[in-house]
Design a protein around this ligand. Structure first.
Ligand code: SER
Length: 312
């Protein structure tokens, strides 16, 4: 019987991943954890990922078999305190990889990101193997994390799996501190204020994905036969790519009074260093990845779900 620990469980991805894992494995089989308290969750444990002793205790006491290690500081907020970002993003992972090396856990999931790319990376159809010279400490910590995952797999046989997520668009839990966050904020402001001031320029194209695709891709990768996985760094993963101007036009089609204005800040340089479209053929070939939601679906879902949520 699997017992799963999710770190960073209160975050944008964590909240929905915990729900999906509980639906699959049972409520009590999935422990959610975060540095902040999550109300109304009897299977929640407070955990600072830098507290190695507590993490080890939880793994042993609850006989944890898998860890989905989502706790991290994202691209934009990471720049405010680079040393802390490196410490949280990298050392938390190393503690977990060491638990895998000791044989205390069977499987680990590590989220990577499009932020591993940099200014020298080809922007269109970015290949799996390419230049990795990220401009953010978040990107540096994630590409280094990928290399450690690969090392622990090859050297110690640790079953660690990873995806390079694009920006995730979701309505249940807001993202915090990312450069792609505008693609979620825009829906909240469209409904609540009728207008949105975007922190990126109108023609900034970035790869994005609806949360349901991100969750099903994650579960699919974690369920895949070991033998099928040719990559133990991290898989490129793609769904849609669009600009602020394109998404705002689709919102305007549904809400004719909606207005967008542009006031780029420091996040523009981060976005400019990332890819625009991604070649995810390894994920498609190795474990059958295929996204379901296109941009029209995403806009429809976000407006429908947020209209209900925000009017409650
Ligand atoms: N969504 C993330 C960010 O913007 C990218 O991984 O930081």
């Amino acid at each position: 019987m699997e017992k799963i620990l999710v770190t960073g469980a209160s975050g944008q991805l964590g909240a929905e991943l915990v729900a999906a894992l509980r639906a699959k494995y049972g409520e009590k089989q999935v422990i959610s954890s975060d540095i902040k308290e999550t109300p109304n969750d009897p299977n929640f444990l407070m955990l600072d990922i830098l507290n190695k002793t507590r993490l080890r205790e939880i793994v042993i006491e609850h006989k944890v078999t898998q860890i989905y290690h989502l706790a991290a500081i994202l691209s934009a907020s990471g720049e405010w305190d680079p040393k802390k970002t490196w410490n949280v993003n990298l050392n938390g992972l190393l503690t977990i990889l060491n638990l895998g090396q000791e044989g205390l856990i069977d499987k680990i999931f590590f989220p990577s990101t499009i932020a591993v790319h940099g200014l020298n990376t080809p922007k269109q159809n970015t290949p799996q193997f390419t230049d990795f010279t990220p401009s953010t400490v978040y990107g540096i910590s994630k590409i280094t994390g990928e290399l450690w995952c690969n090392y622990y797999h090859k050297r110690y046989g640790v079953d660690v799996r990873s995806l390079r997520y694009p920006g995730i668009i979701s309505w249940k839990t807001k993202p915090h501190g990312g450069t792609t966050d505008y693609a979620v904020e825009i829906f909240y402001d469209a409904i609540e204020k009728g207008s949105y001031e975007c922190f990126l320029q109108e023609d900034t194209m970035l790869p994005m994905m609806y949360i349901d695709d991100a969750i099903s891709g994650t579960l699919q990768l974690m369920d895949a036969d070991k033998e099928k996985l040719s990559l133990r760094t991290s898989y490129n993963l793609a769904a849609v790519s669009f600009t602020p101007s394109q998404i705002s036009q689709l919102i305007k089609d549904k809400m004719p009074d909606f207005n967008i204005s542009y006031k780029p800040d420091f996040r523009q340089a981060i976005a400019d260093s990332w890819s625009q479209t991604i070649d995810d053929s390894y994920a498609r070939k190795d474990w059958g990845w295929k996204p379901k939601f296109d941009l029209n679906d995403i806009v429809d879902m976000m407006l429908e779900k947020l209209n209900i949520k925000l009017k409650q």
